[in-house]
Design a protein around this ligand. Structure first.
Ligand code: NI
Length: 257
């Protein structure tokens, strides 16, 4: 199986000791490309460096809604310059998080809109984080328009009705570890219904490890468990899910490897 992990945070402290081994296991599991996703300026710069050192790694750069309080015109200018680095394939992760509320809602909206405009300007796709903010995320996307390069709702957590709305505006939907959890009836239904040409997979490592590693540190190699589970739900071969999700990732992010 050839796989693409479209969302990982490899510069998280939990990978400091053994990143080369983590990347080796990913390669052994068939993972050909990993998108390392930034959440502020430092992690975005770090992601670009990682991508420069490791062939399978690509970088998304951006301000997570948690960090939106630090978004400013100066920060935006800095982000723009980072975003023109080699191997940057997306702006992200950006969006709204009204579950944690680590930044005020107004600051989250400003950062989300500012970065959607940056993505449009640079013709890059967006990686969207949405936690307990389905309606507001959708409203902003409808007002601003999705950048022409498209985007993905990462770690999709809505129901089939919200999935429909996201698909309608052109988004890809990315499924992560939670689709393997026992009580994930709603996500299972989403996994069955997403059209093949809009489905992506991701680990969101080090968070949200899939079954049978739930609760442990997650890593890109485990994306294969997510693919197996989705294949079971869709009554398709794992190889088919791996192939279509890899093709989708290459198309959306313009990755050739
Ligand atoms: Ni993330």
């Amino acid at each position: 199986m050839l796989l693409v992990d479209t969302h990982a945070h490899l510069n998280d402290g939990r990978f400091r000791q053994d990143l080369p081994a983590v990347l080796q296991r990913a390669t052994a599991a068939g993972v050909r490309a990993i998108i390392n996703v930034g959440f502020n300026l430092d992690s975005s710069r770090g992601g670009v460096k990682l991508a420069g050192r490791h062939a399978p790694v690509h970088a998304a750069v951006g301000f997570h809604p948690h960090e939106a309080k630090d978004f400013s015109p100066t920060a935006l200018a800095e982000l723009r310059s980072i975003a023109t680095s080699e191997k940057v394939v997306a702006i992200g992760e950006i969006g709204l998080d009204f579950y944690h509320n680590h930044s005020p809602a107004a600051a989250q909206r400003t950062a989300f809109v500012g970065q959607l405009r940056l993505a449009r300007e640079l013709n890059l796709p967006v990686i969207i984080h949405d936690r307990d903010a389905h309606r507001d995320v959708l409203t902003i996307l409808l007002e601003e328009g999705l950048p022409a390069a498209g985007g993905v709702m990462h770690c999709f957590s809505g129901d089939t009705a919200f999935a429909e709305q996201c698909l309608e505006i052109g988004l890809y939907l990315s499924l992560a570890g939670p689709v393997t959890f026992k009580q994930a009836e709603i996500l299972a239904e989403v996994a069955r219904q997403v059209p093949s040409d809009r489905l992506l997979v991701e680990t969101d490592a080090p968070y949200l490890a899939p079954v049978p590693f739930r609760g442990k540190r997650n890593e890109p190699a485990y994306v294969s468990f997510i693919v197996q589970r989705i294949a079971g739900l869709r009554a398709e071969k794992p190889e088919t899910v791996a192939r279509v999700t890899s093709e989708n990732a290459r198309r959306l992010f313009g990755i050739s490897s």
